[in-house]
Design a protein around this ligand. Structure first.
Ligand SMILES: [Zn+2]
Length: 668
């Protein structure tokens, strides 16, 4: 998945937590789709018809995936994974409502299908010496049995679920120590649980190897820091973190059910980086060939081939659905072409010698022929996304026109379940490819300098005869089932008149029906989260927190770069200063310059005459960042030495903003 700045939703506000609990308590007794979200409306006649039609359009009689998710079941898992304070980090009861055979009118039947398939928690034998724990986190943990210990491929998102997964394994298999952990890529749902599996002292002592693709630490950290607050906010939309679970709420997140709630995300740095295109290592008697695939689903990612087991892991580059070229949460745009090429390389190199393909999400694929077909299909899908977008772009089509001109995949791809857009979508992905090659601007000068949303909205509403008339138009579009238009128009009305409750309700209804119709789990979650916030307000999220391991892994340069992001230019203008900042334990000086309201840093350098020199250890900085130590106090007790005009430091810190993930999205 995504990863995420912080895939773990903050504690929900009291209001909707209460509703969430009510929904849970009722989950067993109400039919799926019963009222479980405050203010939610039932499916409209148009939505009922549209969802019913899906049942005739897709091959629902093909039940092979239902067999695959049960194959090799050693032990099911049901119940809670609890945090240290007893709260449920994961609870399989949340998704008990998915056991209903028939999907409710409020869920696209294709999405219902994958939501059911992703809700089969337990320990599974994939092949000899290779096991998976699935369904207790958004990602899977794969356990390979070495000669004397265990090799774990991907560590889930949080320590609580990772530990529960390993304990589940130990209840049914010999209790051997973990001797290696492999991170397939840089997203937190693949490394965050690592401290639930191994002790860092054992890693330092050389008893446990941590293997990751080259560039791992830089990419894992930077993605979570610089745009972290906005991503964190949008992750909550994308996975429906604030939504109650149920037929009118969150049913899935495509790659899995959703993020664990308030668990501990940890990180232990790799001890071994894979930096060659192919590298073979023998780990505890198991040969693993690593295939580097940089710039695919994550900036640093790799495939694994295990020849003795005839097993192949494509990391997150081939899963049981279409992935994202650009996640709706936001991330640097990915390279669909490279993605496709690496899958082709894997097909050529491992296709003939693979009996099973397993991924850190969803379920495995067995049988050489099926694996080869799936790899070829996935290759074609990402190549099509890239090439067709470029083809249409070169014909002069613009992003939304291209999205509309690519309603389905070509050839036989459309008929395969594993190309369905449960996570990525053709529409969003084609726009991502457009952005990658020629940017967000569509070339039309009318779009060079549009009014921002509120100003545009006010003018639209005025031109259409005022708010009352626009509301009528929105309602008429809703009555006709043209929810896309209703949402576009309603958005103008809400941005022009944010206090207009009738407008907000109409807009919520339009978004909600779009959500009920979506096959894409993330689209559904975003539509429903928008409707939810229009009716109930934005949940009061706490300021984004970065886990202690992430803070400690920040390099000093990243720390200063982020300080520059936090700087409020209005407060900083006219207050130029120069600082030397020395990390005594690293013997590393930085020259900081505040000038024109902009803060820059130069590594391994000092100003000849600085206003102030600040000396401290990196560990002290970490404790301050984690709010374990107050800056003033650190100065008083000598953890920080100041040489020069000490007031400058207080001045600088006073210019820094604190971001919170409660900003508005569907309202101005
Ligand atoms: Zn993932």
């Amino acid at each position: 998945m995504a990863p995420t700045p912080n895939p773990v939703p903050s504690k929900p506000c009291v209001r909707w937590r209460a509703f969430g609990v009510a929904a849970l308590a009722l989950a067993g007794s109400l039919p799926a789709g019963a009222a479980d979200v405050p203010g939610a409306k039932p499916a409209s006649a148009q939505t009922v018809a549209k969802n019913a039609a899906v049942l005739t359009q897709l091959p629902f009689t093909d039940r092979a995936d239902y067999e695959a998710v049960q194959r090799g079941l050693v032990a099911p898992f049901s119940g809670k994974v609890s945090g240290a304070d007893g709260h449920a980090v994961w609870d399989t009861a949340d998704y008990a409502f998915l056991q209903a055979d028939k999907s409710p009118d409020t869920v696209n039947p294709s999405l219902w299908r994958v939501a059911q398939l992703n809700a089969v928690p337990g320990l599974f034998k994939v092949t000899d010496r290779l096991y998976q724990v699935r369904g207790i986190d958004i990602s899977n943990m794969t356990i390979v049995e070495g000669d004397s210990g265990l090799i774990v491929i991907d560590a889930m998102t949080v320590t609580e679920t990772a530990r529960a997964a390993l304990e589940l394994y130990y209840r049914h298999r010999p209790r051997k120590p973990v001797v290696a952990v492999v991170y397939t890529h840089t997203h937190a749902d693949h490394f965050g649980g690592v401290r639930g599996l191994v002790d860092e002292a054992d890693v330092k002592a050389g008893k446990v190897a941590i293997v990751a693709p080259a560039g791992f630490m830089q990419e894992a950290i930077s993605e979570n820091v610089f745009a972290g607050n906005a991503m964190n906010r949008r992750v909550k939309y994308q996975i429906g973190g604030a939504m109650p679970r149920g037929g009118q709420g969150q049913v899935d997140a495509g790659m899995g059910k959703g993020g664990p709630v308030d668990g501990s995300i940890t990180l232990i740095a790799p001890t071994q980086l894979i930096s060659q295109r192919y590298e073979t290592h023998r780990i505890d008697g198991i040969d693993i060939e690593f295939q580097l695939t940089p710039g695919t689903e994550a900036p640093a990612e790799m495939h694994l081939y295990l020849p003795q087991l005839r097993a192949f892991c494509p990391a997150e580059n081939a899963t049981q659905m279409m992935h994202n070229i650009l996640t709706p949460r936001g991330a640097p745009v990915r390279d669909a072409k490279a993605w496709s090429q690496y899958l082709d390389e894997a097909l050529a190199r491992y296709g003939d010698k693979t009996d099973v393909m397993f991924s850190p999400h969803n379920w495995p694929t067995w049988g050489g022929e099926r694996v080869r077909t799936m790899l070829a299909d996935q290759r074609d899908m990402y190549a099509f996304l890239n090439d067709r977008t470029l083809h249409l772009l070169n014909k002069g089509l613009t992003p939304y026109e291209i999205a509309e001109a690519m309603p389905r995949l070509p050839g036989n791809l459309e008929a395969k379940w594993y190309t369905r857009g449960y996570y990525g979508s053709l529409s969003h992905n084609s726009r991502a490819v457009y952005q990658r090659y020629i940017g967000a601007y569509d070339g039309n000068p009318a779009n060079l300098n549009p009014w921002p949303p509120v100003e545009t909205a006010k003018r639209h509403v005025q031109a259409l005869g005022g708010g009352a008339n626009v509301l009528k138009l929105v309602r008429a579009a809703i009555d006709q089932g043209d929810y896309r238009w209703a949402a576009q128009l309603g958005n103008h009305l809400v941005f022009a008149e944010p206090e207009n409750q009738a407008a907000r309700e109409a807009q919520a209804e339009a978004l909600e029906q779009l959500g009920y119709q979506s096959e894409n789990a993330l689209w559904r979650n975003m539509y429903l989260s928008g409707a939810f916030e229009l009716r109930n307000g934005v949940p009061a999220y706490k300021p984004s927190t970065v886990s202690p391991d992430m803070v400690r892994a920040l390099t000093p340069a990243m720390f200063f770069d982020f300080m520059a992001v936090r700087l409020d230019v209005d407060k900083a203008q006219g207050r130029d200063m120069t600082l030397n900042w020395v990390f005594t334990d690293l013997n590393k000086p930085f020259a900081l310059t505040l000038r024109n309201g902009v803060l820059t840093n130069r590594e391994d350098a000092r100003h000849p005459k600085a206003d102030l020199t600040v000396s401290m250890s990196k560990a002290t900085l970490d404790r301050i960042s984690l709010r374990q130590l107050d800056f003033q106090k650190a100065v008083q007790q000598g953890d920080i030495q100041l040489d020069g005009d000490g007031r400058k430091l207080g001045e600088l810190l006073g210019m820094l903003a604190t971001f919170t993930p409660s900003f508005n999205i569907v309202t101005p």
